[in-house]
Design a binder for this molecule. Structure first.
Ligand SMILES: C[S@@+](CC[C@H](N)C(=O)[O-])C[C@H]1O[C@@H](n2cnc3c(N)ncnc32)[C@H](O)[C@@H]1O
Length: 383
């Protein structure tokens, strides 16, 4: 059995080598043994399973070496809870990821974006395993860190792991992170490790002027990124997307979702058309942010061919109006078949948004300015 320290060093060297680990965080990454935060039962996606319960359990005791390797895989998240703690499928198989240890390279990039220094206080939303919390506690001192987890079971496990690692002075709250934690405010930084569509104003209200709120921003469409907002004296926050990350939703902002199988009905009754717009416009980072903002209430699902050919299908779903569409991409083709059904012509809406994006000069995701005030969130394109 390989020593954890071997994998830890390899992970840190790889993150540093790829330029994803800021030098000021290296010591913390070397000092926090990630595997002690990973539960013995985790899940992995099995693409060969053809039903919705394609998350299969991996028990540490059955395969300790694979489990340990996974714990130090720099570019993989580890699924630590499915279906809110009640796996929907047989044999602990699950359908929806509801907690995970984020990919170490994403953790490193988010911590770099947080731009903290010793002496600062941080409120973290979404404790999960407690690994990110421990990194913050190592760098800033446990007393400077408040962390909030909504799921009591996950919170209890994280508390145990933090205590075991020597960070029991972290203030650990079980509750809804959307409310922040006013008793320890104001914070220099609020960092969420779950995604918001609408940034909760409490995060802004509990950050001191000049401080930052850093959070993944996600849309029902499935496009988003890492937002960094600076709080002003007037209690508003402005900023924009600074990185390409994808996170699970804040529980209370999860959009309504139905499994693909249930949403796609009457497949033989669709209207069939063809388009010359490359489907990648509907899913690549920069245009997809624009599509997400212009086509509300539309979920995108991408299914890639498992034969490695590069072919893929994009599905567009609106369970509320019972509308769906699909477009198929085959390498080398220059027109693509589109199927649509239901009161909304979802592909037509998506295509119009992609063409708007092209006509607007193909703005980057970073060009959208976000403003959060007590009245809500405003997003506009700036040049
Ligand atoms: C991606 S995981 C966090 C990963 C964590 N930072 C780590 O490294 O292990 C997101 C976590 O946010 C939690 N969460 C979701 N909604 C929340 C909310 N409203 N308040 C607090 N925690 C929430 C989930 O239960 C989940 O554990």
């Amino acid at each position: 059995m390989t020593e954890p320290a071997h994998y830890l060093r390899r992970m840190v060297d790889e993150l540093s080598g790829r330029g994803e680990l800021a030098p000021e965080w290296r010591e913390s990454f070397l000092s926090v043994p990630r595997h002690t935060f990973i539960p013995g039962l985790v899940w992995r996606q099995d693409m060969t399973i053809r039903d919705d319960n394609d998350l299969v359990p991996l028990q540490r005791e059955n395969d300790p070496e694979t489990w340990l390797k996974l714990a130090y895989e720099p570019q993989a998240s580890i699924i630590t809870q499915v279906d809110d703690g009640c796996p929907a499928g047989p044999g602990l198989r699950g359908c929806v990821i509801t907690s995970s240890a984020s990919q170490p390279n994403v953790v490193a990039r988010m911590l770099a974006a947080l731009d903290v220094a010793p002496g600062m206080t941080v409120c973290e939303i979404g404790t999960g395993t407690g690994y990110n919390t421990a990194l913050l506690a190592h760098r800033l001192g446990a007393w400077s860190v408040t962390t909030i987890e909504i799921d009591p079971q996950i919170a209890a496990r994280a508390r145990q792991a933090l205590t075991h690692a020597g960070y029991d002075d972290v203030t650990m709250i079980t509750g809804n992170g959307c409310d922040g934690y006013a008793l320890r405010a104001p914070y220099d930084r609020v960092l969420a490790t779950c995604a918001a569509y609408r940034v909760p104003y409490q995060w802004v209200a509990q950050t001191r002027p000049g401080g930052q709120v850093v959070t993944p921003w996600e849309t029902p469409y499935g496009a988003g990124g890492l937002l960094s907002l600076t709080v002003s004296d007037d209690g508003t926050a402005t900023g924009g997307i600074v990185d390409n990350v994808a996170f699970m939703w804040l529980r209370d902002q999860r959009p309504p979702r139905a499994p693909l199988r249930e949403s796609v009905y009457d497949r033989d009754k669709t209207s069939v058309t063809y388009t010359d717009l490359h489907p990648a416009y509907a899913s690549n980072f920069d245009p997809a942010v624009a599509v997400a903002l212009r086509v509300p209430q539309c979920e995108k699902v991408r299914c890639s061919a498992i034969d490695g050919s590069g072919a893929f299908t994009l599905w567009f779903l609106d369970p509320l109006s019972r509308s769906w569409a699909r477009i198929d991409y085959e390498p080398g083709a220059d027109t693509y078949q589109v199927d649509q059904l239901g009161p909304r012509r979802l592909w037509d809406e998506v295509e119009a948004a992609c063409r708007w994006w092209l006509d607007a000069g193909s703005p980057k995701a970073e060009q959208w300015r976000f403003t959060v005030t007590p009245e809500g969130q405003h997003i506009e394109l700036v040049s």
